[in-house]
Design a protein around this ligand. Structure first.
Ligand SMILES: [Zn+2]
Length: 105
């Protein structure tokens, strides 16, 4: 796969993640009902939503970093050891910044 195709894929994923984050954030800001039992359930929901929001935000940062590495010409090179990242790994996890060895270390 060439970098243009990878970039297009990353941008598509980025758009989907940003959409999800917006949706999760708007679900979270809906406010709480007056009923106490309902409030407990809503708080639990909020915690789940916060977890999803944090994960989504982390993935967005990873993808943004990968896009800037494509522009720098350093995409596909492990940021820790400087070796080329296996092509199969890049296909499976295009936003990865680490080679298999460093990722599992
Ligand atoms: Zn490495």
């Amino acid at each position: 796969m060439n970098n243009q195709a990878i970039e297009a894929g990353l941008r598509k994923t980025l758009g989907e993640l940003e959409e999800r984050l917006t949706k999760v954030r708007s679900d979270m800001s809906k406010g709480h009902s007056a009923d106490f039992a309902e409030q407990v359930t809503e708080r639990e929901n909020d915690e789940v939503l916060e977890g999803i929001a944090a994960e989504t935000q982390a993935s967005i940062s990873d993808i943004r970093a990968a896009l800037s590495r494509i522009h720098d010409g350093t995409y596909g090179v492990c940021i820790r050891c400087g070796r080329a990242i296996n092509a199969e790994r890049l296909t499976a996890v295009p936003e990865t910044a680490l080679c298999m060895t460093c990722a599992s270390a």
